[in-house]
Design a protein around this ligand. Structure first.
Ligand SMILES: *Cc1c(COP(=O)(O)O)cnc(C)c1O
Length: 380
């Protein structure tokens, strides 16, 4: 297996982790379909649910290299990675601090699961690091953040959170799905555990369900001990598909960054739009902070249309109204009807999500075609 660090992202994306077959000398990692392995005279006992079969190891290594981390592990979904990490670090009587503005599935898992196991939690409503410091108690084990957040692309100061956590001796976990490892590497800023829904940018083609964790060897040992109980490992075939997808991660995300920037600028200058939220726009309240911790501003943006949002979405011919994000195809959702449908209208209003808000995930199509599609729909 190719262990690589200190190369550019596009090089790591192609090469890191690759384990070619010494007999046939093919150029890429073969798919090892075995779920049964010999146990005598071997270095380690391989088994899929131990997360140590060849294809699982290869993809874990590639994602770890892309995140500048020591160890990587891949799961069957983003939620499998997230819940495994959360439960690996908590026991009855513990407390954890969560950013309130989290992916809906994570938010729901915390409220529905933790209390049942006698684990306390605090949701911090703001993005102000001092509020996170104040939420830490004697029994706090970790702070869990997500940036940029969904759907308003709010940014939290990663360095400040990591510093506060270190001072107080608690761990930090971050959901880095929206940024992808191409645009943001939280481990460089002192974050302990990086989580991904690999169903999004890492897979990138809207055809693989997967998740990932990147952290130190030491913390991964602890996570691994729980992971083999929860059993959320990814199948070898899906690992191979994910490995293949990751090879183009850097070029996909670079194009998505460019497309999102151009579209955000177009939308901001359009008279029919009430607001545009993209951390790469100077008008975004967190622009400076985003610039200080992101290499690119990402492919996600949101905006408020003045008319009926359904009418607008139905008028689009190229950009598809489908849930999920991060694929090569541009997609659009209405958070009030999808990710935030479970909140009441008042709750949504309190967090700034209007019924007319639309969230766009830019794909890798030609930007002129995307802008043309938006322009036409705005004229309807
Ligand atoms: C989709 C998503 C998840 C959950 O991932 P699944 O692969 O659907 O389980 C977690 N966090 C973020 C930010 C997501 O967008």
């Amino acid at each position: 297996m190719k262990k690589m660090k200190n190369h550019h992202k596009s090089t790591l994306a192609v090469h890191a982790g690759t384990a070619t077959d010494p007999h046939h000398k093919g150029a890429v990692t073969p798919i090892h379909t075995s779920t049964a392995f010999e146990y005598l005279d071997v270095e380690r006992h391989a088994y899929p649910r131990y997360f140590n079969t060849p294809n699982l190891t290869v993809v874990g290594e590639k994602i770890a290299a892309l995140e500048n981390g020591e160890a990587g592990m891949v799961f069957s979904s983003g939620m499998a990675a997230i819940t495994t990490a959360i439960f690996a670090f908590l026991k009855q009587g513990d407390h954890a601090v969560f950013q309130n503005d989290l992916y809906g599935g994570t938010h729901h898992a915390v409220t529905k699961e933790l209390e049942r196991y006698g684990i306390e939690y605090t949701y911090v409503e703001s993005m102000n690091p001092e509020d996170y410091r104040n939420a830490i108690k004697k029994n706090t084990r970790f702070i869990f953040i997500e940036t940029p957040s969904n759907p308003l692309m709010k940014i939290i100061d990663i360095r400040a959170i990591a510093e506060i956590a270190k001072e107080r001796g608690v761990l930090t976990l971050i959901d880095n799905t929206f940024a992808s490892p191409i645009n943001q590497n939280p481990i460089d800023f002192g974050i302990d555990v990086v989580l991904h829904s690999a169903t999004k940018y890492l897979g990138g083609h809207s055809d693989i369900s997967s998740g990932a964790i990147v952290t130190s060897h030491k913390l991964m040992e602890q996570i691994h001990a729980s992971a083999i109980h929860f059993g959320g490992n990814l199948d070898a075939q899906a690992c191979a598909l994910l490995e293949r997808s990751l090879k183009t991660l850097e070029i996909r995300v670079s194009r998505q960054n460019e497309n999102a920037m151009a579209i955000a600028e177009f939308l901001e200058s359009h008279p029919k739009l009430e607001a545009v939220y993209y951390p790469g726009l100077k008008s975004h309240p967190d622009y400076e902070l985003a610039k200080s911790q992101m290499g690119g501003f990402g492919g996600m943006l949101s905006f408020e249309v003045s008319g009926n949002p359904d009418q607008f979405v139905k008028s689009l011919k190229l950009i598809a109204p489908v849930m999920s994000l991060g694929g090569v195809e541009s997609t659009i959702t209405c958070p009030a009807q999808t990710s935030h449908a479970k909140l009441t209208a008042d709750q949504r209003k309190a967090v700034g999500i209007k019924d007319s808000l639309l969230r766009l995930s830019t794909g890798i199509e030609h930007v002129e075609d995307l802008i043309e599609d938006l322009k036409r729909a705005l004229e309807v």
